[in-house]
Design a binder for this molecule. Structure first.
Ligand code: CO
Ligand code: CO
Ligand code: CO
Length: 314
């Protein structure tokens, strides 16, 4: 239980476990699988793989091996669909420099795909969601709104362009963002997935002595998202996310439901939320932009008071 080599375990609430093998080497282990979010199986495979690799990048690690996790409805879908999904996953593993070493599949009426990923990190470079310091700036690396746009897609409301925007983002590895954040000396990081921006931001400060201030106007969102949110096209998980964390949120001015629904929108294969000293934040932001992560933005800061609370202002 009190294994001193277990650097990050179950209690910490991080998305991956970290175990120290030597003073120079720790392994990061994580597993994620999801149901289809787009119709094209090749693209879905890529999204699921990028999503599964993300928790290693979030902790500053390099993913080295991975195993497929497959639940496939063999009675209702052609096996060629599975071939396309796995091809998408493999292409992203190649891009990440990660070896596929095995996997497991079962028959299931509902299709699911993802990977169990093992990464490596030097213990000194390990980054977790804890460690944000007063005065830090918060940088987000991808726009918000994949949940809202995919809900619009299911409702027949999202056009090709809207889907293309979220797809391009969801198939982008957090690899470069991760490498740049380590180089820049980030203090803390989490990836933005099912709990939405505010849910994951709450996770960063829940056991800490700091608070966060978020500036809504600075948050990048996909172009179609505000319109869909105003139409009430919101996934089921948003409400749960808001209920779960609303006691940690303070609004500096009145904020409408459509905005809350964006701030708590569950993301698939979302970006990183990085806490970094204000002295290094601008350099990191410039580097992110220069490496093609154009939507990266500073969206808030870490403050002393009120601690344990996220203050949101429009
Ligand atoms: Co995860
Ligand atoms: Co995660
Ligand atoms: Co097996």
């Amino acid at each position: 239980m009190d294994d001193p080599n277990l650097l990050v375990g179950l209690e910490s609430g991080d998305d991956a476990g970290v175990y120290k093998l030597s003073d120079e080497l720790a392994i990061i282990q994580t597993i994620d699988f999801i149901t289809p979010i787009v119709d094209d199986p090749y693209i879905f495979g890529q999204i699921a793989a990028v999503n599964s690799l993300s928790d290693v990048y979030t902790m500053g690690g390099k993913p080295i091996t991975a195993m497929n996790v497959v639940c496939f409805p063999t009675k209702t879908q052609d096996i060629s669909v599975l071939g396309e999904i796995l091809r998408g996953g493999l292409d992203k593993l190649r891009e990440a420099g990660t070896a596929l070493v095995g996997g497991h599949s079962i028959e299931d009426p509902e299709l699911k795909y993802g990977l169990s990923v093992t990464g490596v990190v030097h213990p000194a470079n390990l980054i977790t969601k804890e460690g944000a310091q007063i005065g830090d700036k918060l940088i987000i690396t991808k726009p918000l709104g994949t949940g809202i746009v995919s809900t619009a897609l299911k409702g027949g409301k999202a056009g090709e362009e809207a889907v293309a925007h979220i797809t391009a983002s969801m198939i982008t590895l957090n690899k470069i963002a991760s490498e740049l954040m380590i180089e820049a000396g980030a203090h803390a990081c989490t990836d933005i997935t099912g709990f939405g921006l505010l849910g994951h931001a709450c996770g960063m400060i829940e056991n800490s002595m700091v608070g966060i201030k978020i500036n809504i106007a600075a948050i990048p969102v996909f172009p179609e998202v505000r319109g869909f949110a105003e139409m009430g096209l919101v996934p089921g998980g948003t409400h749960r996310n808001r209920e779960f964390r609303f006691n940690m949120i303070e609004q500096a001015n009145m904020i409408g439901d459509d905005i809350w629904n964006i701030l708590f929108d569950p993301q698939t294969s979302g970006g990183l939320l990085i806490s970094i000293s204000s002295a290094d934040a601008d350099t990191l932001l410039e580097n992110l932009h220069r490496h093609g992560i154009e939507d990266a933005a500073i969206i808030g800061e870490v403050i002393e008071e009120p601690r344990g609370v996220i203050t949101v202002q429009e």
